[in-house]
Design a protein around this ligand. Structure first.
Ligand SMILES: Cc1cc2nc3c(=O)[nH]c(=O)nc-3n(C[C@H](O)[C@H](O)[C@H](O)COP(=O)(O)OP(=O)(O)OC[C@H]3O[C@@H](n4cnc5c(N)ncnc54)[C@H](O)[C@@H]3O)c2cc1C
Length: 292
C-alpha cells in the first residue's frame, strides 16, 4: 500500500521545525530515519496531513561526548554511535544495545531520538536509557523541558511528547567509577524486536558489593519496566551464584508480563528471569575488570 496524501515540509533550521509543529500539531509527524514511520504510513496505521522531514537540519545531526556525559541530537543515527570507539568505551551497554537493533541497513538510517520518541516497549534503547538514568531534552516553540527517561515512556508507542514538541536531544550522564552494565535479550531471529530484553547496570563498591543496581526490562509491559524488588534483592550483595538463583526465582514468580501474538505471558515470565540473571552474571564477571 501507499501512504495517504500528505504535505511534505523540508525545513533546514530547528526554529522552522518548531514553527511547523506549532502550526500543524496533531496533524503533523516528524520524519527522522523513517524506519518506523514509513512502514506505519504505508500500512495506513497513521495518516498525518503534514510530514516534517528533519533530515536537512544540520544542527540536529551531531553527538558529543564530554566528562559529564553524552549528548545525542535528534538526527544522530544508530550506526554513528555504534561505530564510535569512544562511545563504546564510555558506555559499553549502549554499544551492545545498538548492535541488537534490527539490521545494519536499518541502523544506517534509524536515529536514537526516533527510537525513543517512537516508544516501542520491545525496543532496546528505551530500557537502556532508563538504566543509564538518561534525560530527554524536549523543545517546542514556547518552551524547553528536561524529562527523565523514567518519566518519558507512558504506554506502548506513547511518550510524554505532545504534538508540538521535538525531542531535540538526549543526555546520558557519565557512568560512575567502577560502574558496569550489560544488555541481554531473547529474539526469535537475529535483528527482530526482543521478546524480552534486560538492561542491567550497577557499581562495584570497594567492599566488593554491587550498589545502585538498575534492572530495566523491554517487551514485558506497555513501557520499559524497572524491576525494583529485584534491584533491592541484589543491591549490597556480591552477586554470588545463590543471589543470581534467588533473583531469577523472584522475577519468575512476581512478574506479570503482557501476552501478545509473539508469545505467551508464561513464556515471557520464564525468559525474563533468565535474561535478568544472565545480565547480572555479566556484571559479576566485570568485577575483576574494574579491579574491586
Ligand atoms: C525490519 C525492522 C526491524 C526493526 N527492528 C528493531 C529492533 O529490533 N529494535 C528497535 O529498537 N527498533 C527496531 N526497528 C525500528 C527502528 O529502530 C527505527 O529506526 C526506530 O524505531 C525509529 O527511528 P527513526 O529515526 O527511523 O524514526 P522515524 O521512523 O522517522 O520516526 C518514528 C516516530 O518517532 C517520531 N520522531 C522521530 N524523531 C523524533 C524527534 N526527534 N522528536 C519527536 N518525534 C520524533 C516520528 O514522528 C514517528 O512517530 C526495526 C525497524 C524495521 C523496519
Amino acid at each position: 500500500m501507499k501512504p495517504s496524501r500528505f504535505i511534505y515540509h523540508a525545513p533546514t533550521q530547528i526554529e522552522e521545525v518548531l514553527d511547523l509543529l506549532w502550526e500543524y500539531g496533531d496533524e503533523a509527524k516528524i520524519l527522522a530515519g523513517g524506519q518506523s514511520l514509513m512502514p506505519m504510513l504505508n500500512f495506513r496505521l497513521l495518516a498525518p496531513a503534514h510530514l516534517i522531514d528533519i533530515n536537512r537540519v544540520k544542527a540536529l545531526n551531531q553527538y558529543s561526548l564530554s566528562d559529564s556525559g553524552l549528548t545525542i541530537s535528534a538526527l544522530a543515527r544508530h550506526r554513528d554511535l555504534e561505530l564510535s570507539p569512544e562511545v563504546e568505551l564510555a558506555y559499553p551497554i549502549l554499544h551492545e544495545g545498538l548492535t541488537n537493533i534490527a539490521h545494519v541497513q536499518i541502523r544506517n538510517r534509524g536515529t536514537i531520538c526516533g527510537s525513543l520518541a517512537h516508544a516501542d516497549s520491545a525496543a532496546e534503547l528505551p530500557s537502556i536509557m532508563m538504566a543509564l538514568d538518561g534525560q530527554m531534552n524536549v523543545r517546542s516553540k514556547s518552551s524547553r523541558r528536561i524529562v527523565p527517561a523514567g518519566e518519558f515512556f507512558r504506554f506502548h508507542l506513547t511518550s510524554d511528547l505532545d504534538s508540538t514538541e521535538l525531542l531535540e536531544s538526549v543526555f546520558i550522564p557519565s557512568m560512575k567509577r567502577n560502574s558496569v552494565g550489560a544488555f541481554d535479550e531473547v529474539t526469535r531471529r537475529k535483528g527482530d524486536f526482543a521478546l524480552v530484553g534486560a538492561a542491567v547496570v550497577g557499581t562495584w563498591s570497594e567492599r566488593g558489593t554491587i550498589e545502585d543496581c538498575r534492572i530495566v526490562c523491554s517487551g514485558v509491559a506497555p513501557t520499559p519496566l524497572r524491576l525494583l524488588e529485584a534491584e533491592e534483592l541484589v543491591s549490597g550483595t556480591d552477586l554470588s551464584e545463590e543471589v543470581l538463583v534467588a533473583v531469577q526465582q523472584l522475577v519468575m514468580e512476581s512478574l506479570e508480563p503482557t501476552e501478545d501474538v509473539h508469545t505467551s505471558a508464561q513464556y515471557r515470565k520464564k525468559v525474563t528471569g533468565v535474561v535478568v540473571r544472565r545480565g547480572l552474571a555479566r556484571l559479576a564477571e566485570q568485577r575483576s575488570v574494574v579491579n574491586v
